[in-house]
Design a protein around this ligand. Structure first.
Ligand SMILES: [Zn+2]
Length: 288
């Protein structure tokens, strides 16, 4: 199976009370780890690519071609969506042109009228091409590619305005944060999540900043309509820790331990273990 829109997998998740993980990728090892884990667990999966990560991997076309070739090379049969994460207006068009199957247009930093106008346009473009579109209302706290959000809580009425445009999925700030959560974090705002769910008439919701949210809160969020959960920082942390451990143990100095295929393997395995844990928690195992 090639790349698919995220619509079918997220609709199914929303209706059956589980969530599909979006795991952000940074290179070949990352992509291979996420795809192999999804296949082993028979889970649908969304590969997230930020504009910064796309640039790092030398462009949207490189990413699309790598992922498509890897799906073939690894015999991946579970549904895989290749999703632009926090796309700008220009970035959305570039990713569409390169063959991404799912787009997030993050217009949350525009005045709501402009966010609506641009989102509406992209709804039409993506619908015609059979791609899924994620929109955002109210910025997500923390930092993503240099964009710092204030940890806002979205206005449910604004969420309804955007949801009614026909977006596939909606990201709304409910106290969640990108990156590591601070000690004094107040937790997710379930009152606002409930209001958003009630007012947006069946649009699956997205929870960004899935690293470090307690399990009970994740489960409650899923029960309240969250069907997609983004995980990025966690894989970075476990990859770095496993690589550090390997080098601190002096393993790169033993035999051919310096070989990148050996050096990067502990990090690869660590990402796999993390992705597995998240898929089990989100309930997407055997839902391919
Ligand atoms: Zn995000």
């Amino acid at each position: 199976m090639g790349l698919v829109s995220a619509e079918g997998m997220l609709r199914k998740a929303y209706e059956n009370g589980y969530a599909v993980g979006q795991f952000n990728i940074n290179n070949l090892e990352w992509t291979k780890a996420v795809l192999n884990t999804a296949q082993e667990l028979n889970s649908p999966v969304i590969l997230g690519v930020s504009e910064g990560a796309a640039k790092y991997m030398t462009g949207y076309v490189t990413v699309t071609e790598m992922v498509k070739a890897m799906i073939k090379g690894l015999n991946i049969t579970v549904p895989v969506a290749l999703h632009l994460d926090h796309g700008s207006y220009e970035g959305a068009y570039k990713a569409i042109e390169a063959g991404f199957s799912s787009i997030m247009f993050d217009g949350s930093h525009y005045p709501i009228e402009e966010n609506i106008a641009k989102t509406k346009e992209l709804v039409e473009v993506t619908k015609k091409l059979g791609l899924s579109l994620e929109a955002e209302v109210g910025s997500i706290g923390g930092e993503e590619d240099g964009v710092v959000g204030a940890g806002e809580v979205a206005d449910p009425l604004e969420c309804k305005l955007i949801a009614d445009l026909g977006v596939t999925i909606l990201a709304a700030g409910i106290g969640n944060i990108h990156g590591k959560y601070p000690e004094n974090w107040k937790g997710l705002n379930f009152d606002v999540l409930t209001q958003i769910k009630n007012i947006t008439s069946g649009v699956p919701l997205v929870l960004h900043g899935g690293t470090g949210i307690p399990e009970e809160m994740i489960k409650k969020a899923i029960a309240l309509g969250v069907a997609k959960i983004n995980v990025n920082t966690e894989c970075q942390l476990v990859f770095a820790a496993a690589t550090r451990k390997y080098i601190e143990a002096g393993k790169d100095l033993q035999g051919k331990g310096f070989d990148p295929r050996k050096l990067l393997n502990p990090g690869y395995e660590a990402i796999k273990a993390s992705v597995k844990e998240k898929m089990q928690l989100f309930g997407s195992v055997n839902q391919a």
